[in-house]
Design a protein around this ligand. Structure first.
Ligand code: GLU
Length: 313
């Protein structure tokens, strides 16, 4: 009875609300006057990506033979994986348990299963995109698994596994936006994360766009919602994770660039690269890759076949 009464009061308030033209709060004249997310900057002169000149997606053949790096990890008893905490679907914190979850998190556990026989023997270290390469070079982490695109420039600095996911860069805009593709971005503000292939590609395909560079993908989602950016551009896989959080947004336009994801390893640790590739080979064959896709990524469409491994030795 009390619920019915409360419902009637609410209905009355709503009807009254509809009949008055007065907004309940003052809406700022321009939402872009809100402070930008911490560390965000409007940038120009981002070097655009060159179209790839090498094939960095060919890696070393798998081997279960434990070399010095694998032995060191076994002695330590845990794999140290550099990962993100704000990429919905790939690596994010479950709001209830506080645990890191997602496709990248589960793939890291498969590598730990391979190297240590225990999927839980992983210590996650949070990394931003600009920290991915230095963390491998200075030994802060054993592997980086952070939606990381294999590129020729990066492959000069670190080693990559075979491809474990094929993404492609696109645009995310509000459903009522006139932006349909890169040709509509001149004079528009486009959000992307600093030190990513995404930012460099927007700069190449839409040189007349204004770039908003942020530290976390969540910041791009908020900037888009607050009208501080008119589009977000990055991998379809990351954009889909934002669209799930806000259904008023959708992906538009063609693929701007292929984004093959690899697991990063220190360039001198061939035995670890081979062990990581053994884990990836196993999960492609035994159905684990497909079940992880079904667990996290069906919003991208029905599961494709796992990416085929390419080897260079
Ligand atoms: N795949 C892109 C890259 O590796 C964006 C992913 C990210 O930085 O989180 O640069």
């Amino acid at each position: 009875m009390r619920a019915v009464a409360a419902g009637l009061v609410l209905a009355a308030v709503l009807v009254a609300g509809c009949s008055t033209a007065q907004p309940l709060v003052d809406v700022p004249a321009s939402l872009t006057t809100l402070p930008l997310p911490s560390g965000a900057a409007v940038v120009s002169n981002v070097p655009g990506t060159a179209v790839e000149s090498c094939d960095a997606t060919a890696s070393l053949r798998p081997s279960a033979e434990p070399g010095p790096t694998v032995q060191k990890i076994r002695k330590r008893g845990r794999l140290v994986a550099g990962i993100d905490q704000s990429t919905n679907l790939f690596s994010f914190r479950d709001p209830v348990s506080g645990e890191l979850q997602g496709f990248d998190v589960d793939i890291a556990r498969e590598v730990a299963r391979e190297v240590l026989g225990n999927p839980d023997a992983v210590e996650f270290r949070l990394l931003t995109s600009p920290e991915r390469i230095s963390a491998l070079q200075d030994g802060t982490v054993d592997i980086v698994i952070k939606a990381m695109t294999i590129t020729c420039a990066r492959a000069e600095q670190i080693a990559f596994s075979t491809v474990y996911f094929d993404a492609s860069q696109r645009l995310l805009v509000p459903r009522d936006s006139p932006i349909q593709g890169p040709g509509d971005l001149a004079g528009k503000r486009v959000c992307s994360q600093v030190d990513t292939t995404s930012l460099a590609t927007v700069s190449r395909v839409a040189p007349k766009a204004t770039l908003l560079a942020v530290r976390n993908w969540d910041d791009c989602l908020v900037a888009l919602q607050q009208g501080q950016a008119e589009a977000v551009s990055t991998d379809n896989s990351i954009l889909a994770g934002m669209a799930v959080q806000d259904p008023s947004l959708h992906l538009v336009g063609p693929s701007l660039e292929a984004e093959p994801y690899g697991i990063g390893v220190n360039k001198s640790q061939d035995d670890l690269v081979r062990a990581v590739n053994a884990a990836l080979e196993r999960i492609r064959r035994d159905g684990t890759w497909s079940s992880l896709y079904l667990k996290w990524l069906t919003v991208l469409g029905p599961p494709p076949s796992p990416p085929q491994a390419k080897y260079r030795d």
